[in-house]
Design a protein around this ligand. Structure first.
Ligand SMILES: [Zn+2]
Length: 137
């Protein structure tokens, strides 16, 4: 399949993912509001609630970050520069884009950036799209 065709499919994937994240975020936020409205007298319940709140807020933070990355990627589609490495300007290999459709740099540039900054928040990026390979090519 030509690179252009593959990249169009990735755009569809990104749009679907963005819609799903929007829904998840809306669901999580309403759940959080419910938890805050419930008044329980039991101190153990209160502790459990605060743990749950903490988990939810971490989840929402991760989903918000991904949503931002996906919106950026869709903007790059519209500008016609999707799939080009921001570091060296070369096309990002399709295997990398299929794994991480909103990647903005090739693996070489990513490694260089991680060496500069120390290994940071890269775990999430490698896990989010691990089902992307299931699509027929
Ligand atoms: Zn590069």
């Amino acid at each position: 399949m030509p690179r252009n065709e593959s990249i169009k499919k990735l755009r569809d994937q990104l749009v679907r993912r963005r819609d799903a994240l929007h829904r998840a975020l809306e669901g999580d936020l309403s759940l959080l509001r419910e938890l805050h409205q419930e008044k329980t007298g039991d101190i153990l319940d209160a502790a459990a609630d605060s743990v749950q709140d903490e988990l939810n807020s971490q989840l929402i933070e991760a989903e918000s970050r991904e949503l931002t990355a996906i919106n950026d990627a869709i903007t790059r589609f519209d500008q016609g520069c999707y799939g080009d490495c921001e570091g060296c300007g070369k096309p990002i290999p399709l295997t990398r884009l299929r794994a991480i459709p909103y990647a903005t740099d090739c693996i070489d540039c990513r490694r260089k950036a991680e060496n500069r900054n120390g290994s940071g928040s890269s775990v999430l990026w490698n896990r989010v799209f691990d089902s992307a390979e299931v699509d027929p090519v």
